[in-house]
Every structure is written in structure tokens, then in C-alpha cells.
Design a protein around this ligand. Sequence first.
Ligand code: ATP
Length: 583
Amino acid sequence: MSSHTRRPSQDSQESQIVEEKIVKINGEIEIKSYSKGRFLGKGGFARVYELLSLDAKQITAAKIISKSALNKARSRQKLMSEIKIHRALKHPNIVGFEHFFEDSENVYILLELCSNQTLNELLRRRKRLTEIEAQCYLLQCIEGLKYLHSHRIIHRDIKLGNLFLNDKMQLKIGDFGLATKLEFDGEKKRTICGTPNYIAPEVLDGKIGHSYEVDIWSTGVLGYTLLVGKPPFETSDVKTTYRRIKMNAYSFPENIPVSDEAKDLISSILVSNPADRPNLDEILKHDFFSKNAIPKLLPASTLAVPPSSSYLRQFDMSNRGRDSLQLTMKSRSSSQPYIGSGKDSKPDPRLSSRPASSERVEKADNNIKKVPSISSYNPTEDAEGPQIWVKKWIDYSSKYGLGYLLSNFCCGVYFNDSTKIVSDPAGTIFQYIHRPGSSREEEIMTYTFKEFPPELQKKMTLLQHFRKHLCDEETKTNEPHKGLTYVKKWLSTPHAIIFRLSNKIVQVSFQDKTELLLCSESKFVTYVSKKGERNTYPLHSAMESRNMEMTKRLKYTKEVLTSMLHPNAGTGEYRQSLHDRDL
Ligand SMILES: Nc1ncnc2c1ncn2[C@@H]1O[C@H](COP(=O)(O)OP(=O)(O)OP(=O)(O)O)[C@@H](O)[C@H]1O
């Protein structure tokens, strides 16, 4: 199997098309083409990019390793071992291994794309996590480890940066560069490897050898790090860190609240003698995992902010005796801090903000009972409603376009020429979305705020201008986001402004501050009432609901969306028909 990359002749940059040459058994040659997309990150060895297979239209993360980095026999062996171990694995909590191939310059490892980065970036944004989040991630990590250990594989590098999150917020163990497969169960390994903060004492000792218990130790370090915000043995130099690990010198800081159950579990894991540590099943039976119900997956909003109190209440075991409806179909707060002019102050007609404060949603719990058709409905991720929506916007289409702030604090502009720009919350990177030449396909280019083509200068200045007006200082985080959601289309009617987001959510923000968020894929609808109450329903039950305020708006939305598909859409006649339509 071999392949080659095609370099554009006048372009000195890296090639954008990768071709894989497959020699079939009958000698025929098949060429598979991939288009190289966004840069996702780099490690010691590899640069990682999105790779789109042009025939299957499937996007993967491609770890591209230059062969020049493999001139030492040890690095080649390491890569071969990583591929050999990883390709045989299949589990929901392990990064999927799709495929690998090579050409004269590189080795390409195609992996399941984890678009929400790793727990490393998450913790940098969030500082530390709530207990329910730590439970949820630890459970998934332990499930992945159980699978590995049952196949006699020790990962040996469990740490924040090797725990990936996919678009559904599923945790996936990745990077098998240091993993090893035991020949038999009692075998001990002696290679000193791992990442300083997470390395187990028996690895540092080197004499006694190590086994599965090193992954258990790292899970303890992981639990501590998620809850406290920094690893237990961290110091400014590696030697002192190692000394602390050997002496088991760590403590829980007094100013950070950590439950007794969490402290007990972590302390039972972080013991010097590997034989005294609990095994994975014993960890799962610990009180830390039974003091409350634990969500299978967390909402994507927790990438930026902690889960809201109303979200948390559905997992509180002390509520279990209450009305089952309240527990199964909880109204959810976005948990994002409320930014905006508020309902009492008179809003600037051009500057709008959506009502999304958590107090409002908490009040909504009592209202849920009034919607009869949803009582048999069990909560899923979808019951959370969309995680990303337009929080504020400024309609400056009289001159330039529409500027907006999303609930995940990404800021964007839909320009009058239909090009779009969207920045990450920190203002580090931005994406420019346009249709090059006469192409029908949109192209998404990613640039940093410091380096971008000069022709984008004016649009960047406008983006900066909108950001200044829409963003609060406190909402800016430091971490670049990947796969940014942006406004794909928007339309203003006499009653509402309608946004179609790139994540396929349609948001209808009415003049009276009510709001509909429609998810065409999951067929769920979230309604924010005049009082600011936010509830999510399956679309079919929402249509039949007795909540007239909502059904009226759903009907209006349906009519507007249908007429947008009309051949006359965009013409004066069409616009007039929108004006004539009643809410
Ligand atoms: N499956 C994936 N989906 C999305 N991004 C990924 C994926 N795999 C890797 N990345 C990104 O690429 C970066 C480098 O990947 P990785 O750490 O696996 O490379 P490496 O060279 O093997 O690193 P190391 O030096 O730790 O062995 C990661 O930090 C992450 O940002």
C-alpha cells in the first residue's frame, strides 16, 4: 500500500490534496483522494489535520507523521507499536482507529475526529470541574480502561491531554504511543515512561516493574486534577515532582470544596504500593459514584461554563421522591451567564438579547406539568435543547451586515455580501466562510487574529468592532475553539428575526422576546416564553400543546419557513407577503 501527495505547482505551502494509492490483489491500482482541512493540533511527532475523504465524504482526524522524524529506529518502533495496538481496538470510549497509509514523505493515521478537543483545553477554560462532571468523565475513562485491561493493554499515559471529546461530548481515550500489551497477566514492564505529573511511583522506582496499576494511579491523579484544578504532585521542576510522588506528598487545598467521598476515593487510589490500590470494578462501586445519579453525557455548554443548578437538580438523589414528571422532563437553563439589557430596561432596537437566566428557568419547573403530551417522555441529550444559539445581535445591515454573539461566546458577522466570519471566544482565531469564484460549495478558512490575508482587513476591523460591543470582558476565555458554529442565513420579518445556524438549529427571536429554537435533526423544539421560561419538547407534542403562546409562534414560523422555499422568495412580492402575515 502506498500513496503520494500532489503539490500545487505555484504553492510552496503544504499540499491540500492527499492521495492514497491502493494496490489491489489483482494488481489494479485504486486512488483514494482526501482533502486536507483544518489544523487540529500537534504533538511531539505528529501534526494533526481534518481530512475529508472525497469519495465517502467522511471527515477524520489525520495524524501526519513526517518520515524524516522517523529516522531513529526507536521512533519507528514506537510508531509501529502505537499503530499495532490502536488499530485492534474498538470501544465507545477509545478514539476510533479508521485506517493508515503512507507515501514517500509521511505516514498518515486516520482517527475518529474528536471535535471538542481534550480535557486539557476544557480544564484550561473552566479552571476546575464540578463533581458531577468529574464523575461523568471518570466513569467513561474507567470504561475505556476496563476494555483496554481486558485486552491486556496498559495505556501508561492517561492524562488530560490524551482524553478527547467528540461532538457528542463522549470521552475517548487516545494516543497509544506509550501503550504496551502484556504477553501474560502477571508480566511486569520496566520501561520508564509516562508524563511527569501522572507517573506512578513504581514506574519511577524502575526495579520492581509495573503493570495495570499505573493506569489506576493516573486515574486518581486525573480525578484530583479535575476537581482541584491542578495535579496533586505538581511543582515547578520535574525532579521535585518525582520526589513528591515517591514520598506520596500531596494534600487537598482547604479553599476548594471537594466532597468526602471524592477525597476518600482519590486517597485510596494514590497509595504507593500498587497492590493496595483498588481495581477498576472496586473504583466503580465506591460511594463517589453512587451519591447521585450521573448523566451519561454532559451538555456541550459545559465546555465553557459549569452545569446550571436546574440541570444538576435532576441528578440529585434526594429529589427522587418528588413528582416523577419533574424529574424526567426538567426544564433546563442554558447555564450561560445572562448578558443583555434585561426585560425591564428599554432595549436598543438594534441591540437585542435573549432571556436565558437560570432563575427564570427554575421557575419553569412547575409549568411543565401543564404540557400533558410529554409526560411519558424520557430525558435524553435532546431534552437539553440546543447548546448554541444567538445570544445578542446588532443589525447593521443598512451598511455592513449583522453582528452577533453566540451563547458559547463566539462572535460573528454575516456580511451583506453573504460571506461570514466567526471568532473563538478568546479572539485568538477566526474562520472566514465564503464561496470562492463561482463555486457552490462554501469554503471555511481558519486564520489567527495576528495573521490573515490583507483583503480581509476591513472585515476583521468590523468583526473587532462588533466584538467590542457584544462581548463582556469576563466572558472571554483563553482557549481557541475548533469547528466554530456560525450564522449561515438570517432573515428579518415584522414579527421576528430568524437565524439559521451552521449546526442546523433554526432560531426565531420574536419582537416580544419569546423565542423558538428548532432542531430539525432531533425534531425537538425549545420555547422561551414571555416570562423567560425555557422548555424543550419533542416537536410533535409541541405542535399539539395547549400552550397557545407557543403553538401560535410555531405556526407562524412554519409558514415563514415554508414561504422561504417558495420560488418567489427574496422578491419584493415575497417580502410583502411576509409583512402581511399575522402572528
Ligand atoms: N482524534 C483527534 N481528533 C481531534 N484532534 C486530535 C485528534 N488526535 C489528535 N488531535 C489533536 O492533535 C494534537 C496532537 O495529537 P497527539 O498528542 O496524538 O500527537 P502525538 O505527536 O502522538 O503526541 P505525543 O507527543 O503526546 O505522543 C492533540 O493535542 C489534539 O489537539
